[in-house]
Design a protein around this ligand. Structure first.
Ligand code: URA
Length: 210
């Protein structure tokens, strides 16, 4: 991907996102739309997967048909909201390998601290797609990608639903080699670190917590 930021402007993505933003939208509908939108975004973020060919027999004749090359890709969910994007993507890419990164923010230093980390092996040979619905400050995303690079990941992409300009700038500074795919670039972060206009707390909205 040449661009650092790709905003997926497809009408279906934009329509579903609008319903997700609305505060009256129920948990069940939010979750279903997130599943659907994640598949449309997955289409965009996997566009450059490497291909090869395999000799197959159709009912009429043999042909060299295109298939994915190399190792299975790795989907890495940043807990907990990343799991909402992950679920839909796994329906589309059922053989993907899956990893999880859990980070919390230290109250004193405000820096992300790791509490869980489990990722597939051979990350250096896979396309690695990191998923988190909200790219807000970008601190946890940048920290998660630091960890993945330490584990050998080289071909990384970041997929989110909404991005704030602050988060995009932070990622560009920390990981200029990691393209970002999102459904929308919103106005800004508010004083509480929420994306505005945004959709609220993505984890709360998908799991029905407060
Ligand atoms: N995380 C969320 O869930 N929502 C925001 O607006 C920002 C970060």
């Amino acid at each position: 991907m040449k661009q650092h930021l790709t905003v997926v402007t497809h009408p279906l993505v934009q329509h579903k996102l609008t319903i997700m933003r609305e505060k009256a939208t129920s948990t069940a509908v939010f979750r279903q739309l997130l599943r659907e939108i994640s598949q449309l975004l997955a289409y965009e973020v996997t566009y450059e997967l490497e291909m090869t060919t395999r000799r197959i027999d159709t009912p009429l004749q043999e042909m060299d048909a295109p298939v994915l090359a190399g190792r299975k890709l790795a989907l890495i969910s940043i807990l907990r909201a990343g799991n909402g994007l992950l679920d839909g993507m796994l329906e589309l890419i059922p053989s993907a390998r899956v990893g999880f990164v859990g980070l919390y923010r230290d109250e004193k230093t405000l820096k992300p601290v790791q509490y869980y980390y489990k990722v597939p092996e051979h990350l250096d040979e896979r396309m690695v797609i990191v998923v988190d619905p909200m790219l807000a400050t970008g601190n946890s995303s940048a920290a998660a990608i630091d960890l993945l690079k330490q584990s050998g990941a080289k071909h990384i992409r970041f997929l989110c639903l909404l991005a704030a300009p602050e988060g995009v700038a932070r990622m560009k500074e920390a990981h200029p080699d990691v393209p970002i795919v999102t459904a929308a670039l919103d106005e800004r972060l508010n004083e509480h670190g929420y994306i505005v206009p945004g959709l609220g707390d993505a984890g709360d909205r998908m799991y029905g917590t407060k």
